[in-house]
Ligand binder design. Structure first.
Ligand SMILES: [Zn+2]
Length: 638
């Protein structure tokens, strides 16, 4: 597609951001919020999905679809999970630290917190919660963010429990890991007011910056997830889940717009062809394949079923997104339960021309019609073709509302229908929490400096370059950075150490996670007291990371990096002067430079060159006089 006019298309995008909080305990129990280190499960629980109509009230279409696919769930538990995660014990009260962080985030987003936090149950049907629902608590509403000329409203902030992590899935069931279940997270929902893909990206980045500014959210892959709601004026609301990198947001939105535009073109084409609703007539054409060869899958207990999609001829191959065709929209719908083979016109297959002609004749397909074949055990084959018919009929209407999952390249694939709205029920096992004015006042009075402001301050006050200021202001090390520079060392040196030097050590496989604030402070105390030169920082940190019980001074002396004391330097200078008396006599003040060179050769990295130079002068000439200074004696080293 050439240039796209998003305004004409009426693009509207909203974000739902899920960010894990860095609390000590989980939202409804005291289990740790780190994933199991061993990764070795200590127990296993098996459950089957049961959807009770009474519990659902109005039957949710997403739950209904899930329930039609019979599924088994297997949960892996650890020594770091408890009966709450197993859903064998009622939840503890809401974690107060998590509430405080959620309130802090809400206030930073200019939102109005509720007077009392009520926990609700949100039905989940994919098995990702052992209880069959996710607990969620509404914390604040009505915030806004200015992005250039655009004002984007932040609708809600909720506190939620993280779902269990899916480990594997096949047609028999889904395996989940329980260690992630219950980690507190905030869910931030914006209004669908972003109007270009670039603006969506800026919005996500800005909210991410605010979240990181608290210093109380988890960092790293998987700890923040963006769901993107995309619609164009004539299209439909599509929710794309599981976007993990900000860099992909723009492409994902662009490609969803392309998808909706192309699906609308297909609808127009179908209308032009006078297409009518596809009839649910499934024809058994197994007899055409009397020999099992030639159809990829042996027939045995399988049947070959066919359906005619009138007026769909050729449309199957229309491109929906780069590298995806309308065919993928159909086949996506089968993937969850269908194990058989799937064929349709125009796709490469092993079926002979005679057989195709036979099938077309049998089901009465004309040249404009499309034929879809499936090979599987009969009931699954029927379900598969019914799903194809349903999707084909939706194409006549335009674009079905769907929840989709983001693919690596920015495309997306079908997950399930967009859930209906009626999905929340009060959680009677968790007491509500009143939010006092005092609590809010206390949080409000100690709101953190935003990273964007911190960056500006680093440039202004510490003369850091723009890039370095950005790096350190965003990093988890910014508080440590400010503690270290009080020691009177170069801010640029400290910032580089906490960013570039650490990355270098990490790259070479040094366990930098063992380094503590005290290690860094120890290193810079030595630098500040002239007991170590900056060239030794990397080596000392490497030793400390590998043997965290050591101190910076022990590490540097073991490495022979400790600076020589004044006495040692004087001793060395005297030795050199003794051995070069002739030179001094001959060249006078000009001997300074070669002497300096000789000394530094022997002690480079362990002395401050300026100190050597002044001591050398003192020893040779008994002090500095104006004449010497003018001739620029001595070379500063270090
Ligand atoms: Zn627990």
């Amino acid at each position: 597609m050439k240039s796209v006019d998003y305004e004409v298309l009426g693009l509207r995008v909203g974000l739902e951001i899920h960010q894990q909080l860095d609390t000590k305990g989980k939202l409804f129990c005291n289990c740790p919020t780190e994933l199991s280190k061993s990764g070795q499960p200590t127990y296993e629980i098996h459950r089957h999905l049961q959807v009770s109509e009474s519990e659902l009230g109005e039957i949710d279409r997403a739950a209904l679809e899930e329930a039609q696919i019979k599924r088994r769930f297997i949960y892996k538990g650890y020594d770091t999970t408890c009966l709450v995660e197993n859903d064998e014990e009622p939840p503890s009260p809401l974690n107060p630290d998590a509430i405080d962080i959620a309130l802090e985030i809400a206030l930073l987003l200019g939102m109005t917190p509720v007077d009392e936090i009520h926990t609700m149950r949100k039905i989940v049907i994919d098995g990702s919660n052992t209880s069959g629902f996710q607990r969620t608590a509404f914390v604040a509403s009505d915030g806004k963010i200015s992005l250039g000329d655009n004002l984007i409203h932040i609708d809600t902030v909720c506190l939620e429990e993280e779902a269990a992590q899916k480990i594997s899935e096949d047609t028999n069931g889904v395996v989940y890991s329980l260690d992630r279940l219950g980690i507190p997270l905030v869910e931030i929902t914006t209004s669908p007011e972003a109007t270009t893909p670039g603006q969506v990206c800026s919005l996500a980045k800005w909210i991410g910056m605010i979240l990181r500014s608290t210093g109380k959210v988890k960092r790293g892959i998987g700890t923040i997830r963006q769901d993107i709601n995309v619609s164009i004026a004539k299209g439909a609301r599509i929710e794309i889940k599981g976007v993990q990198t900000l860099d992909m947001i723009e492409t994902i939105v662009e490609r969803e717009v392309i998808r909706q535009v192309n699906l609308l073109k297909i609808k127009d084409e179908l209308r032009k062809r006078g297409a009518k609703k596809v009839k649910e007539v499934l024809v058994d054409v197994s007899e055409v394949f009397d020999s099992p060869q030639g159809i990829g899958k042996p027939l045995k207990n399988n049947v070959v079923l066919a359906v005619k999609l009138p007026s769909f001829g050729g449309l199957i191959l229309w491109e929906i997104q780069p590298d995806r065709q309308f065919f993928d929209e159909l086949s996506d719908r089968l993937k969850r339960f269908f194990r058989g083979a799937f064929y349709t016109d125009g796709l490469p297959n092993e079926i002979g021309d005679d057989q195709i002609a036979g099938i077309r004749k049998k089901i009465g397909a004309g040249p404009d019609d499309c034929v879809v074949l499936v090979v599987d055990e009969e009931s699954r084959a029927r379900s598969a073709l019914n799903a194809v018919i349903q999707r084909a009929n939706e194409a006549l209407e335009g674009i079905p509302e769907e929840t989709r999952r983001a693919l690596q390249n920015g495309n997306s694939a079908y997950m399930r229908p967009l859930p209906g709205a009626a999905r929340m029920y009060p959680e009677t096992d968790v007491l509500s929490v009143p939010i006092s004015g005092e609590r809010l006042k206390k949080i409000n009075s100690s709101l953190p400096e935003l990273i964007c402001k911190r960056k500006g301050r680093y440039v202004r006050e510490y003369d850091l370059s723009d890039d370095l200021a950005e790096l350190i202001a965003c990093s988890e090390q910014s508080a440590l950075f400010e503690r270290i520079i009080i020691l009177g060392v170069s801010p640029t040196l400290v910032a580089k150490t906490l960013t570039a030097t650490l990355s270098e050590l990490r790259r070479e496989g040094t366990p930098v996670q063992h380094l503590t604030d005290d290690h860094f402070i120890g290193v810079f105390e030595m630098i500040s007291a002239n007991k170590m030169v900056k060239e030794g920082i990397l080596e000392v940190l490497r030793v400390l990371a590998n043997t965290p019980s050591k101190t910076a001074s022990v590490a540097s002396s073991e490495l022979g990096l400790e600076m020589l004391g004044k006495e040692d330097i004087e001793k060395l200078i005297m030795q050199v002067i003794e051995s070069k008396r002739d030179l001094i006599k001959e060249r006078g003040t000009d001997a300074m430079q070669p002497l300096m060179g000789l000394i530094m050769e022997r002690v480079r990295g362990k002395v401050d060159g300026k100190l050597v130079s002044s001591l050398l002068k003192e020893k040779i000439y008994g002090g500095i006089n104006g004449e010497d200074r003018k001739r620029g004696m001595g070379q500063s080293e270090g």
